[in-house]
Design a protein around this ligand. Structure first.
Ligand code: FAD
Length: 313
């Protein structure tokens, strides 16, 4: 039983589980358990949890739908806040979507299309939650969330709720004010425009088709393993380094898209990490470029080799 559990048992508007396996919540399908898994129903419940973690010095990790993370085999110590479970409501008002952070991007896309709202087509096919998408400023096909997000509610690292608008989001390539400060996104407002419903569905279907053709969607992965280096493409460098299709046991670099590191079935997180390290080392050896991981490595990685990160995000 976790020594931290007693601090959370009086809280309301949330569910608590202990020593809960996380592999089922991650797209890589790997990783150990959460010491304490908390599924909040409201932003206020998140604020309560963050305040306690701050006061009691309990480690805190946020998980959306696990599509951009590799969780350590040892699991996540302290509290893991899982937003995807209970905070996934969405309302339409005029041309705007009011979306809770745990909602699937796919559901937001479907709601936009149903209401003839254009602007979210780029995101159709990006797996994950709206919260994860804002933190990472997810994007594809010349679109990204920074172009449609107008205001966002968050909880800061002290447990205080706040609101940012426009440029205050500090969006950049796979970066945001939320990543910079460790703020938890609870809800956001997306500004879309009235459009032609058939054209919207058509564009979404086209984007989904392009993804199916170019990405290894049939295997577990964390999406693009590395960020785009300045003036280049990670997948191009990995291919030219001779690593496309490179395999280590049950995981490796996808044969279909060298930007993806995939789990073919039974790999552990430590084995997937080894692929990250080898790819990073080999590309550096051949081209002098240190690829920056896009995937986030969470949980207890102490005493284990890790891929290098030059920037904290
Ligand atoms: C097959 C595949 C294809 C992909 N294609 C794309 C693509 O085209 N473009 C793209 O940009 N990404 C892509 N991704 C990556 C991923 O889908 C996005 O980054 C997604 O938005 C992550 O959302 P998530 O809920 O799964 O976040 P998670 O993986 O759960 O978390 C990612 C990070 O965000 C943090 N986080 C999650 N929720 C919150 C929150 N509410 N508040 C604060 N921090 C939070 C987590 O702590 C973690 O650091 C792809 C992934 C896969 C597996």
């Amino acid at each position: 039983m976790s020594k931290y559990l007693k601090f959370f048992t009086d809280l309301t508007d949330l569910e608590i589980r202990t020593n809960h396996p996380l592999a089922e919540y991650t797209h890589f399908k790997t990783g150990g358990p959460a010491e304490i898994l908390i599924c909040p129903y409201t932003a206020e419940a998140i604020a309560d949890v963050v305040t306690i973690c701050q006061e009691q010095e309990i480690p805190l990790q946020v998980l959306g739908r696990g599509c951009n993370v590799l969780v350590s085999d040892k699991g996540i110590p302290g509290v893991t806040l899982l937003l995807a479970s209970k905070m996934a409501k969405c309302d339409v008002s005029g041309d705007q979507l009011f979306v809770e952070a745990g909602l699937r991007i796919a559901e937001a896309c479907a709601l936009a299309a149903k209401n003839s709202l254009t602007g979210l087509e780029f995101a159709c096919g990006i797996p994950g939650s709206i919260g994860g998408a804002l933190r990472m400023n997810a994007g594809a096909y010349d679109g990204s969330f920074d172009k449609i997000v107008i205001g966002t509610q968050y909880v800061d690292a002290q447990g205080v709720m706040g609101w940012v608008e426009g440029a205050e989001h500090e969006f950049d390539y796979r970066a945001s004010v939320f990543a910079k400060n460790g703020w938890i996104i609870t809800q956001t407002v997306l500004q879309l425009e009235q459009g032609d419903r058939l054209k919207i569905y058509g564009q979404m279907a086209e984007n989904a088709r392009k993804r199916r053709e170019s990405q290894p969607l049939e295997y577990a992965s964390g999406g693009s393993a590395f960020k785009r280096p300045h003036g280049n493409y990670a997948s191009k460098l990995i291919t030219e380094a001779g690593l496309k299709g490179y395999r280590m046991g049950s995981c490796g670099v996808s044969e279909k898209h060298a930007g993806f590191i995939v789990n073919y079935g039974k790999a552990k997180s430590s084995e997937i990490m080894a692929v990250f390290i080898n790819v990073q080392d080999e590309v550096e050896k051949q081209y002098g470029i240190v690829l920056e991981p896009e995937v986030q490595f969470i949980g207890d990685w102490s005493d284990q080799p890790m891929v290098r990160r030059s920037i904290s995000n």
